[in-house]
Design a binder for this molecule. Structure first.
Ligand code: ATP
Ligand code: MG
Length: 371
């Protein structure tokens, strides 16, 4: 069995590493300038520019059984052309929806699922009109290209709005109302081509400056009701898109008449940073289950075997000295150091949520001594 992945980052790396023991081979479709460090020695690398014709590209990729992606910013026309030769999962149409915040929100809404109040904008006038309706505080987000908090501007007051640069105002954006959330959680869901789905327990996520810093799973104080609410939403979105592979859904947990209520922040049509804990906490990690789903292997168990945590290594050198005890697992992505860059992560297991918090805090203190 052979899988071709579009992209060469840590998600492609971890997909390959998790499926390697199952005897599955990998190739990677990249573009000039992409960093290849994370996938060094993990399979053939093919440059998109070298094969303008889809059939030649398919052959160069090693005639894979299936093609998948590790990011949503991909050339979907190219993927649609490749569909003539093998399945592409998830479907390029879903990638187009997910990579555009405006399309994504309207599509999620159409499925009867709540998102934050928003308006599409493309100039200062439209932003001011949207602020009139939605109020302060609000967040302006570019429809495309944003990630890890980039391409976002927080607007707390009319002064903030006035201070927005003209170039920013003219971008294709959504203006989103600020959601007062109790916490943020995410659902990692998997579905195969036969329509069978499985769900990991909800993960609680903490972000710093718009980037994920820690995850806890199953989310502390997770009720069966909240898990069910998330699974119902995930089911709707998976079924409506005839999805195959891992879909990650980020939620805000809000309070609605004293009950926990989920509002979708965004979706990722791929394996996701908030599911990295599954490498240690589950029989089948998100990476393993993604490959199982797209290759038609039976889906793996998604239950959490233990209380599990994850700490991201952001802009710090990745080495063993950051581990605080023997219940921790270190993952490095082989990348060169840059400020804020995702360099690796630590997964850890705990006996209780107190133990989990203590380990996460000790790890954060060791990794980020400056706070
Ligand atoms: P990532 O790639 O890490 O998921 P991103 O750039 O796609 O980030 P978002 O997920 O939209 O960005 O936002 C990042 C974080 O900013 C959210 O996880 C949340 O903490 C905060 N945030 C974004 N939108 C809102 C909102 N409408 N209300 C409150 N907080 C928000
Ligand atoms: Mg996000």
């Amino acid at each position: 069995m052979k899988v071709a992945v579009v992209g060469s980052g840590q998600l492609a790396r971890m997909m390959a590493l998790s499926a390697w023991p199952m005897g599955i081979q990998f190739s990677y479709l990249v573009q000039q300038g992409d960093s290849l460090d994370p996938i060094t020695s993990l399979g053939d690398v093919i440059y998109d520019e070298d094969y303008p014709e889809a059939e030649a590209l398919y052959k160069a990729l090693g005639e894979p059984d299936v093609i998948t992606v590790e990011k949503e910013a991909v050339d979907t026309d190219r993927l649609k052309a490749l569909q003539a030769f093998c399945p592409v999962y998830p479907d390029p149409k879903m990638l187009e929806t997910c990579r555009h915040r405006g399309l994504e929100k309207s599509w999620v809404n159409e499925q009867g699922v709540d998102v934050a109040p928003y308006r599409r904008t493309g100039n200062r006038q439209e932003i001011l009109a949207a602020l009139e309706e939605i109020g302060y505080p609000a967040i302006l987000k570019t429809c495309t290209g944003g990630y890890d908090g980039y391409g976002q501007w927080r607007i707390k007051s009319a002064d903030d709005a006035a201070a927005l640069e003209e170039d920013v105002c003219n971008l294709d954006c959504v203006l989103e109302g600020f959601v007062t959330f109790k916490r943020e959680v995410s659902m990692i869901a998997v579905r195969n081509a036969e329509g069978e789905s499985r769900f990991y327990p909800l993960t609680e996520n903490l972000h710093r400056d718009g980037t994920l810093l820690t995850s806890k799973a199953p989310a502390p104080n997770l009720t069966a009701e909240l898990q069910q609410q998330a699974e119902e939403i995930a089911n709707k979105l998976l079924a409506a898109s005839n999805y195959v592979g891992i879909l990650a859904i980020e939620f805000f947990v809000t309070d609605l008449d004293g009950k926990e209520h989920l509002v979708v922040n965004e979706m990722a049509p791929r394996v996701h940073n908030s599911g990295h804990w599954t490498q240690l906490g589950c029989i089948s990690s998100q990476f393993n289950n993604h490959v199982r789903a797209i290759t038609g292997l039976p889906l793996g168990n998604t239950q959490a075997m233990k209380i599990t945590g994850m700490v991201n290594l952001l802009g710090v050198e990745m080495d063993n000295s950051v581990l605080v005890n023997s219940d921790q697992q270190l993952h490095g992505y082989g990348k060169s150091l840059r400020p804020g860059r995702k360099m690796g992560h630590i997964n850890l297991v705990a006996d209780s949520y107190e133990d989990l918090d203590a380990q996460i805090n000790a790890t954060l203190a060791k990794v980020y001594p400056e706070g």
